[in-house]
Design a binder for this molecule. Structure first.
Ligand code: DP6
Length: 320
């Protein structure tokens, strides 16, 4: 009745922002992401009839704030009449700061919960269950480049390109380590209800997905860079124009974008993307990773740099 799983966060190049069904957590748009290798979350789930409630330990400390969502994730996989569980989660990167920690945490919890009760579920089912807990978590079930598509009443996941076929790298510039002010679920609903740009965002997404799909198919870095930056800035425009406005960036975030523009001007293969937090993720070719990492680490306000290759999907492992 115990299992441990590992999952890596993923970074969306074409973003998920907005829900079409809040109760079932179905996204309003498809998305395309890359899964990272060096950043990781391990989760162990131990089911026991002896426990009177679920217990969650995050990096060794009891965490009441995240417990309801983790308990609900177990309910989705195992049903409400399941035994209670001790859930232990360990991440090697800052959590809740816009680094997709919920994606890796819910992907790993879903796989570990299924493993702990010996459920043999296929990848698509695990991805749907993980996505019901956190939309982006569905993508962390797969490695490399993956597309999440909106199906009629659900989602489907399609691997687009494996790690070895296009081994891009990602440099994460951490500009702030505290937890973010507004969680994604709430922020997306504020955007849907109040942003004058929301409907355009939804209607243009299929076009952006198509362009990115083609760029990935042809390994066309320049085209992927252009569409990914455009899609990212469009998502942030939706947020900025919401009421209240949601600006996740700080001054160092902006300086990182300037650094990326300078590197592009010098002919480096690099582009930026930013999620619901102040960190900048610079996607680059292996040949340019050192220059990108050096330039971002010298950018004023950057506290830490993490460099990662593309990684594989969520899976069961021996132990924490
Ligand atoms: C900006 O997956 O955290 O990172 O489904 O409400 O848990 P919930 O949202 P979440 O949102 C991720 C938003 C994003 C873009 C993306 O990863 O596609």
């Amino acid at each position: 009745m115990q299992a441990t799983a590992i999952a890596q966060p993923n970074i969306a190049l074409i973003k998920y922002w907005g829900k079409r069904d809040l109760d079932r957590n179905l996204p309003a748009v498809g998305s395309i992401s890359i899964t990272l290798s060096e950043l990781q979350t391990k989760v162990s789930v131990e089911l026991s009839d002896e426990l009177s409630d679920d217990v969650l330990l995050v990096n060794g400390d009891e965490n009441q704030a995240m417990l309801p969502r983790m308990s609900s994730c177990l309910d989705k996989v195992l049903g409400q009449n399941r035994p209670h569980a001790i859930i232990q989660s360990h991440s090697n990167f800052p959590i809740a700061a816009g680094l997709a920690s919920s994606a890796s945490a819910f992907a790993a919890t879903t796989v570990a919960a299924a493993g702990a009760s010996n459920l043999s579920l296929g990848m698509q089912d695990l991805a749907r269950l993980a996505g019901a807990s956190s939309g982006s978590a569905a993508r962390s079930l797969y490695g490399g480049f993956v597309e999440l598509k909106n199906a009629d009443d659900s989602i489907t996941l399609t691997p687009l390109c494996d790690v070895d076929s296009w081994p891009l790298q990602v440099v994460v510039a951490i500009t702030e380590t505290g937890p973010k002010a507004t969680g994604s679920t709430e922020a997306m609903e504020i955007s849907r209800e109040t942003s004058p740009f929301y409907s355009n965002w939804i209607s243009q997404q299929e076009h952006d997905l198509e362009v990115a799909r083609r760029a990935i198919e042809r390994r066309d870095f320049a085209q992927l860079a252009t569409i990914a930056e455009h899609n990212c800035l469009k998502m942030h425009s939706v947020m900025w124009a919401s009421r209240p406005p949601m600006v996740f960036w700080n001054a160092a975030t902006m300086r990182c974008l300037q650094t990326v523009r300078r590197l592009q001007g010098e002919g480096r293969e690099v582009f930026f993307t930013i999620d619901a937090g102040p960190q900048v993720k610079a996607v680059c070719s292996p040949a340019d990773v050192e220059a990108v990492s050096q330039a971002l680490s010298e950018t004023s306000g950057v506290q830490e740099i993490m460099t990662s290759c593309l990684g594989s999907g969520a899976r069961l492992v021996e132990s924490l």
